[in-house]
Design a protein around this ligand. Structure first.
Ligand code: ADP
Ligand code: MG
Length: 262
């Protein structure tokens, strides 16, 4: 049995709530007492900024880990959330793809870095991906146990989801046969919007139990939090968005218990 659970948060679309989910799910898991690490794999570095790690303080980054220059713990920085650390991102990541595209282990750089005893010191490792199927996302999918997909409740949601599931199948055939679907979480849900209701029901019909019961509501407090360098859960614990992320974390943990028991 694996000592930790490595979950990649992926969706090829930008702005669907990947980073928000990474930050707040990680915070909620840490609050329950799990030791959690986020690896920021997006050159934009929103997860790093959103956890209060400003650019100037980032000396090393996920780039150095991918390149094999440094270990996870050499690069990981503590955040204001107890039990939550982050391997930040820097713009160096933009060069990774070009520098590494010819090397035969190009998809396995992160897996190698995460298969060290250091990585087992964290019970959950969440990988925040860029909004595309590039080599960074490929490294995340190759290095993870599972994929958690944030899906925005909008018209093209199902189309995007089936593309993503095709990609997961392709990853299973090539670099990671054991890659699991951790779950689908519906984000930015607005109950007043009929289309959003329809999307929820379609996604549930299509994917059944894989879809979390928790719906993350569209909530202005959630969108304000990153500008204060805080997870929504620290910025405003009582708001509906924070409460939903706490509920999501408890669903994730329940499923993990069931999976381990099976
Ligand atoms: P991604 O990482 O997929 O690009 P983000 O998590 O950065 O997406 O979210 C995109 C934008 O939407 C950000 O400005 C974020 O603050 C906002 N956002 C995310 N989730 C919510 C929510 N539940 N309610 C309101 N705004 C949200
Ligand atoms: Mg993001």
């Amino acid at each position: 049995m694996d000592k930790n659970r490595i979950i990649t948060i992926a969706n090829q679309k930008g702005g669907v709530g990947k980073t928000t989910t990474a930050i707040n799910l990680a915070t909620a898991l840490a609050a329950i007492g799990e030791r959690v690490l986020i690896v920021d794999l997006d050159p934009q570095g929103n997860a790093s900024t959103g956890l209060g790690i400003d650019r100037k303080s980032r000396k090393l980054s996920s780039y150095d880990v991918l390149m094999g220059y440094n270990t996870i713990n050499e690069v990981a920085m503590e955040t204001a959330v107890p039990n939550l650390s982050i391997v930040p991102s820097t713009m160096d990541l933009l060069g990774f793809e070009m520098e590494i595209s010819q090397s035969s282990d190009r998809a396995f750089r992160l897996r190698r870095a995460l298969s060290t005893p250091e990585a087992t010191g964290y019970s959950y490792i969440l990988l925040d991906c860029p909004p595309s199927f590039n080599l960074l996302t490929m490294n995340a999918m190759a290095g993870a146990h599972s994929v958690l997909v944030p899906l925005q409740c909008e018209f093209f949601a199902l189309e995007g989801l089936s593309q993503l599931l095709d990609t997961v199948d392709q990853v299973r055939r090539t670099v990671n046969p054991l890659l699991d679907i951790q779950g689908i979480v519906l984000t930015m849900f607005d109950a007043r919007n009929n289309l959003a209701q329809q999307v929820v029901s379609d996604v549930r019909t299509y994917l059944g139990e894989k879809v979390y019961h928790t719906l993350i509501p569209r909530n202005v407090r959630v969108s304000e939090a990153p500008s204060y360098g805080k997870p929504a859960i620290l910025y405003d614990l009582k708001c509906a968005g924070s409460q939903a992320y706490l509920q999501l974390a408890s669903e994730v943990i329940q499923r993990e218990r069931r999976r381990k028991a099976a």
